[in-house]
Design a protein around this ligand. Structure first.
Ligand SMILES: [Fe+2]
Length: 391
């Protein structure tokens, strides 16, 4: 029994500080503060565990009850046990009851091992190369995710194909050939529309990659994008946006775009809050009751914003699927106010369907259980089967 309580206490203690980590990283706090908080949280999480295990083993006959006998520590310990129970119940609920929404009619996954397929080294720098040697590292295992999704939208838009790219993180640590191949695969999907949901360029030296990668994306209805928190590392936002614009991409945020397609209207806008504040200046949403409204958001945290408006579809990224997802447990950290709740996958809320991409790369070139994702969404109209009443 002592061990069960100890395990629950450890789950509660680690889980509590994961919650703090996730919330801090969902904000626009300065990077220095977030980096400091990361180190502080690591110390807070591991120091008491090592200390408790050390005393338990060091003193013969000692139990954990003796180790935590100081009043304040006792309160914290039993509080952690309670929290641990809550985390286990929430985890069980998610495992047992949360399923793919019923409007996802089909889902198909294909994996491409680009580390094996592309000749020459794809990782540059000492740390990325070292991480690349880790067994089962999926950082270069590109997943082609094809989904068919039914939406409340006009029959004219039935069959519309949208490709999503997210979180490419051009740092120079992953070779440009990886991203060129991603673009090649995106074009092979032959999408009508391409959406990019933030974190395009981390390092200024990679701005010159934009025309060679994003500039090669083909879609008759356009390539729309929002920026993400990592794009703020480029000192001049104007310079970054000019390079993106010159490569033919359209900034989704700051206004409502309306595309006429087969007699129906596709409405698109973007939201990169809290890092870029364009969405706060948006005029009221034009009426598009008989069309399709799409939101590109860097973070799934803008879900409430989307639900207050009239969107049928929301694309997001930012969380990288937690980047490391443990077997059975799943991911434990994701920079979102929802924690790992919406770290990746498809979710439905009333008429709104949200897809959160695992993204294509990251700040660190390590992924376990969360391989990079390139998505293609074929939309089906729920109105195409409706028969009109005979006069
Ligand atoms: Fe990202």
């Amino acid at each position: 029994m002592e061990w069960i309580i100890l395990i629950l206490g450890t789950i509660g203690h680690v889980g509590l500080w994961c919650v703090v980590f996730n919330r801090v990283h969902a904000t626009a706090f300065p990077r220095k503060f977030r980096k400091f908080s990361e180190k502080a949280i690591l110390v807070i999480v591991f120091a008491p565990l090592f200390w408790a295990f050390y005393l338990r083993i060091r003193i013969p006959g000692n139990t954990f009850a003796d180790v935590i006998s100081l009043p304040l520590i006792t309160y914290y310990y039993y509080g952690s046990v309670g929290l641990g129970c809550l985390f286990v119940v929430r985890w069980l609920y998610r495992k047992l009851f949360l399923k793919l929404p019923t409007n996802v009619l089909a889902s198909e996954t294909k994996r491409l091992n680009l580390k094996r397929e592309l000749n020459g080294p794809l990782l540059h720098g000492r740390l990325p190369k070292l991480l690349g040697l880790f067994p089962f590292n999926e950082a270069l295992l590109l997943t082609l995710q094809r989904m068919t999704v039914e939406l409340e939208m006009p029959a004219e838009l039935d069959g519309l194909k949208i490709c999503q790219l997210s979180d490419l993180h051009f740092t120079g640590e992953v070779d440009i050939r990886y991203f060129e191949r991603v673009v090649e695969e995106a074009n092979r999907f032959e999408p009508d529309l391409v959406v990019i949901t933030g974190d395009l360029v981390d390092h200024a030296k990679c701005i010159e990659w934009i025309p060679k990668t994003f500039g090669k994306l083909n879609a008759p209805l356009g390539v729309y994008y929002v920026l993400g928190n990592h794009d703020r590392r480029i000192q001049s936002e104007t310079f970054l946006r000019k390079n993106i614009h010159d490569s033919g991409l359209i900034q989704a945020s700051s206004r409502w775009h309306e595309i006429e397609h087969k007699g129906a209207t596709i409405q698109i806008t973007g939201n990169a809050l809290p890092w870029y504040r364009d969405a706060e200046q948006l005029p009221d949403q034009p009426d598009n009751k008989s069309g399709l409204s799409i939101l590109l958001s860097h973070s799934p945290d803008q879900l409430a914003w989307a639900r207050q408006r009239d969107f049928q579809l929301m694309f997001a990224g930012h969380t990288h699927g937690g980047q490391i997802a443990f077997p059975i447990i799943g991911p434990v950290v994701a920079p979102s106010k929802y924690g790992v709740g919406y770290s990746a996958g498809t979710f439905k809320f009333g008429k709104l369907t949200m897809h959160v991409s695992r993204g294509l790369s990251g700040d660190e070139t390590i992924r376990w259980g969360s391989p990079p994702e390139l998505g293609l969404f074929t939309l089906r109209s729920n109105q195409k089967h409706k028969t009109h009443p005979t006069p």
